[in-house]
Ligand binder design. Structure first.
Ligand SMILES: [Zn+2]
Length: 49
């Protein structure tokens, strides 16, 4: 098996992904909406660890 994926973004804050456009936002807490389209964002870091 390949080595585990290392997410370079997890070092600071959390990474959120827009469910509408797939845009990513890095923030300490959920920004609530996408900067680009205003869509809902989800926390990508929640699965890790
Ligand atoms: Zn978006």
């Amino acid at each position: 098996m390949p080595t585990a994926n290392i997410d370079p973004y997890e070092s600071s804050g959390s990474l959120f992904e827009c469910v509408e456009c797939g845009g990513r936002v890095e923030a300490e807490s959920n920004p609530g909406k996408c900067d680009g389209c205003g869509g809902e964002v989800r926390n990508l870091s929640v699965h890790q660890e």
